[in-house]
Ligand binder design. Structure first.
Ligand code: GDP
Ligand code: MG
Length: 170
């Protein structure tokens, strides 16, 4: 029988890194150049089939602004998965991503499947965070790592697929 597993997933990371764009790409297959800033958080749900099983992601897309930081635990508490997003053209966003990882490791669900997404991978000529540096950091911290582009769709579905597979085999 086809089993459906519900999984709460949260996106964390600096404002402007492309969290909402990643969700829009995954849920609707769309991209907009002038994505509106998220206020508070937005909710989406999306099913993903993995062989004969299905994961129903319940996605919380958070705002990322410091003034909403105190709300973040509401979204990551009890989350089965988290995607921490930085922008490969913005080193400060990578520093901020590491802070989110630390916070999740300290306060999040112990079994939380964590992924690090280096987004805007289409902007290669403006790259400021090397793939190698991020890959090593991810390995050391037990995170999935992918460089994604919500604009070109590279690795976006793959990232959710890898998370779904891990959740089903947990
Ligand atoms: P959020 O604040 O993290 O939710 O970021 P948004 O999704 O609102 O994106 C911020 C800006 O970056 C928007 O203008 C998006 O169009 C743009 N953006 C998001 N993802 C990408 C990407 O993969 N490549 C490029 N070139 N721009 C992106
Ligand atoms: Mg947003």
């Amino acid at each position: 029988a086809n089993k459906i597993k519900n999984a709460k997933l949260v996106l964390l990371g600096d404002v402007g890194t492309g969290k909402s764009s990643i969700v829009l790409r995954f849920v609707k297959g769309q991209f907009v150049e002038f994505q509106e800033s998220t206020i508070g958080a937005a909710f989406f749900s999306q099913m993903l089939a993995v062989n004969d099983e299905t994961v129903k992601f319940e996605i919380w897309d958070t705002a990322g602004q410091e003034r909403y930081h105190s709300l973040a635990p509401m979204y990551y508490r009890g989350a089965a998965a988290a995607i921490v997003v930085y922008d490969i053209t913005n080193p400060a966003s990578f520093t901020r991503a590491k802070k989110w990882v630390q916070e999740l490791q300290a306060q999040g669900n112990a079994n939380c499947v964590m992924a690090l997404a280096g987004n805007k991978a289409d902007l290669l000529e403006s790259r400021k965070v090397s793939t190698e540096e991020a890959k090593i950091y991810a390995q050391e911290n037990g995170l999935f790592f992918m460089e994604t582009s919500a604009k070109t769709a590279i690795n976006v579905n793959d990232m959710f697929y890898e998370i779904a597979k891990t959740l089903l085999h947990q």
